[in-house]
Design a binder for this molecule. Structure first.
Ligand code: MSP
Length: 480
């Protein structure tokens, strides 16, 4: 039995959970459920990032103490994940005392190993990103993600000797035989990281004198640990907090490309410096816009997962988000397109097939033996999911759905029922088995629907069932 420990980023609590966060978390959930089906010892971690200047500012704006603020808003994420049927095994918060202690020990270890020193640095800091940007990163003098001018900041800080790890990291990512080997995906991102590493990388500041909302530096409590250092360690601290020391290293860290550098370079270097193994794989998916624009509160185009769940159900939302564009690429979301695909793929496609087949099977009074054992998942489907090609896996399922539809059209069981009941039974028996196969493949993507279909078709008698995906009618469609 193999182990599969996977993580999402821990999201900043100052934001409300939006469809961007949901996208990564749903993808991770599909993989977690898939690995559980494969029989892997699966552990799925998500959580919230609660320290740093950005969260402190948000708390202040609300007139609350930072911890009070975090306690109030962190449950929003749990609640959203519950509505989307996210099956995480643990939800970590960086303000958990267990985490704080482990971060402190982790840093002390690197310090004792000689990879931390005191220095000064002046640079352009973007509070939105919680990181220093260089001139090259700026677009028209602004942070490309937050469209704000970064502020000049400089003070005496502790530094991590990242520069000392560049050669080690280059070897680790490019040589599969290296004891610290880890993969970076997709390939285009791997190439980006590799070429940036080859250009050389400077040391990084890992403490803040001016930020008080953070974990104190263990050997110098006048400074706090830089929020990103604190946050990255969550992936490791969760293994100790949950008393699973054998869980490390993680098999997979998922995130979008905005924070790949932290995961693919800074984090592995920190781990090696602390005498630990890097994760096995770091995979960055694309960034998406909404109706062609970056999602932002100012534009007012932020899509909330709750709104999607109200409209499409949890499974509809999961399906629509993962099938809209390839996982590694950038994409665009449009509510109108999601509605159209809900009607075509879910209401007319899957929903209609299930209802039609159940009605025919009932009419013919067929009785189908319950499945003897769980079938193996098809190779092509597994290959897609192993590559994190969700769209590929879904296309494969939808091909099976339309071929089952065609089979119904061709064999016309409604005519057979009158003409040749025996034949009708054989044909329907076959179709029911096909639906069951499809359902096995649907499970990681649509857990609720899969449970309903299973209930309906588990046999021997076929149940009536409700409409799985009621059509969105003309009046409720979004106007252009
Ligand atoms: N707190 C840090 C992560 C620390 S992990 C040790 C952080 N948080 S965040 O709340 O800003 O989340 C960023 C992540 O949210 C992205 O990497 C991605 O997973 C997800 N997304 C947010 N907006 C998104 C899009 N518009 N498109 C795709 N993913 C999006 O960074």
């Amino acid at each position: 039995m193999s182990k599969f420990y996977l993580t999402t980023p821990i999201y900043y609590v100052n934001d409300i959970p939006h469809v961007g966060h949901a996208y990564t978390t749903i993808a991770a959930d599909v993989l977690a459920r898939y690995h559980r089906i494969l029989g892997d010892q699966t552990f799925f971690l998500t959580g919230t990032d609660e320290h740093g200047a950005k969260v402190a500012e948000a708390a202040k704006a609300r007139g609350l103490e930072p911890k009070e603020f975090c306690d109030e808003v962190a449950p929003n994420f749990r609640e959203t994940w519950r509505k989307l049927n996210i099956s995480h095994d643990y939800f970590i918060r960086t303000t958990d005392p267990g985490h704080e202690k482990i971060v402190s020990d982790f840093l002390l270890k690197i310090y004792e190993n000689g990879d931390i020193y005191k220095g000064t640095y002046e640079g352009l800091y973007c509070v939105g990103c919680e990181k220093f940007l260089t001139e090259v990163d700026l677009v028209d003098g602004l942070c490309p993600y937050h469209k704000k001018k970064p502020v000049k900041q400089g003070e005496e800080n502790y530094f991590f000797r990242l520069s000392q790890y560049v050669q080690k990291l280059i070897k680790a990512i490019s040589d599969p035989k290296d004891p610290n080997h880890y993969q970076i995906g997709p390939e285009s991102r791997y190439n980006e990281v590799l070429s940036k590493l080859k250009l050389g990388v400077g040391d990084i500041s890992i403490s803040r004198a001016e930020v008080t909302w953070g974990i104190p530096i263990p050997w110098d409590p006048t400074q706090t640990i830089y929020v990103w250092v604190d946050a990255l360690i969550n992936y490791y601290s969760a293994t100790l907090i949950t008393q699973r020391p054998n869980l490390w290293p993680a098999e997979l860290h998922l995130m979008a490309k905005d924070i790949l550098w932290f995961h693919a370079v800074i984090w592995p270097a920190m781990l090696i410096a602390a005498g630990l193994k890097p994760p096995k794989e770091v995979f960055a998916h694309g960034f998406f816009t909404v109706e062609g624009e970056k999602m932002s509160k100012t534009i007012g185009n932020v899509i909330l997962p709750e709104a999607l769940v109200d409209k499409f159900g949890a499974d509809g939302t999961r399906y629509l988000l993962l099938s809209e564009f390839p996982f590694g690429s950038d994409g665009d979301l449009s509510l109108k397109r999601l509605e159209e695909r809900y009607n075509s793929d879910l209401a007319n496609g899957l929903g209609n097939l299930v209802q039609r087949l159940a009605a025919l099977a009932q009419k013919a009074g067929v009785s189908v033996e319950p499945p003897a054992e769980k079938p193996l998942l098809d190779l092509s489907y597994r290959t897609s999911l192993d590559k994190k090609d969700f769209q590929g896996a879904l296309n494969y399922i939808w091909k099976k759905i339309s071929s089952t539809d065609k089979k119904i059209e061709n064999t016309k069981p409604w005519e057979l029922i009158k003409r040749d009941p025996q034949k009708a039974e054989t044909v329907l028996d076959n179709l029911v088995r096909q639906i069951r196969e499809i359902n096995e493949l649907l499970l990681p993507f649509m857990p609720e629907t899969a449970a309903k279909i299973h209930e309906q078709f588990k046999g021997p008698r076929i149940g009536r069932g409700e409409a799985l995906f009621p059509r969105i009618n003309q009046e409720s469609l979004t106007n252009e």
